[in-house]
Ligand binder design. Structure first.
Ligand SMILES: Cc1cc2nc3c(=O)[nH]c(=O)nc-3n(C[C@H](O)[C@H](O)[C@H](O)COP(=O)(O)O)c2cc1C
Length: 186
């Protein structure tokens, strides 16, 4: 927590796509963060595929950076698409790298999860797989309220704006709850 008492959350998007709905959603969450909470973001694109041989030589710089940012954050916010009913490989890869000992940084960390997909289930299956990973890592994923945005192509404009008021209300509720979740677990 910052000296001013601001809750500092690190947002991580699970898509590398330039026009990604989930990257737009993370940007929107940053804009909509309630007072007393600030959301920064971390780009996972530079993280290479996990290789235990490389880890034995030390964490690559982007992984060091990610681990340091996770450790420094009061909480995390994952914003992810669903790939083949599960977590996109790039996001799982980043989590796998960051999770390796010593001092795996997810332990006891408050976590929020949101997602947008083009299908009708709004990333529910990816989100539940993400929760399962954090059982092993003891990441404390908030249970409700969930934000699962289906048919994102009908909700986001081409420049990434979200004009659907009901969805904006879900996002606002999630962010307020995440702030309370972080403070509760402090
Ligand atoms: C490899 C792959 C698998 C996908 N699997 C699913 C899926 O299981 N469920 C779903 O709703 N959409 C699926 N999609 C479509 C995504 O919802 C869509 O590409 C979405 O725009 C990805 O999020 P993004 O805009 O943040 O990149 C898949 C897309 C890709 C590339």
């Amino acid at each position: 927590m910052s000296d001013s008492g601001t809750v500092r959350v690190l947002g991580i998007a699970g898509s590398l796509r330039q026009g990604s709905f989930n990257r737009s959603l993370l940007r929107l969450a940053q804009e909509m963060a309630p007072s007393g909470m600030a959301i920064e973001s971390f780009a996972i694109a530079p993280i290479q595929p996990y290789n235990e041989d490389l880890r034995q030589q030390g964490f690559p710089k982007p992984v060091e950076d990610l681990r340091a940012r996770i450790k420094a954050a009061d909480g995390l916010l994952f914003v992810t698409p669903e790939y083949n009913y599960s977590i996109p490989g790039v996001l799982k890869n980043a989590i796998d790298w960051a999770s390796r000992p010593p001092e795996q940084p997810f332990d006891g960390k408050p976590i929020g999860v949101m997602g947008a997909s083009m299908g009708t289930h709004g990333t529910s299956r990816a989100q539940y797989h993400l929760r399962q990973c954090f059982i092993f890592l003891n990441g404390l994923v908030m249970t409700i309220p969930e934000v699962m945005i289906p048919q994102a192509q009908n909700k986001f404009t081409a420049d990434g704006a979200l004009n659907d008021q009901a969805t904006r209300d879900f996002i606002a509720a999630h962010l307020a709850a995440l702030k309370a979740w972080v403070l509760r677990l402090k």
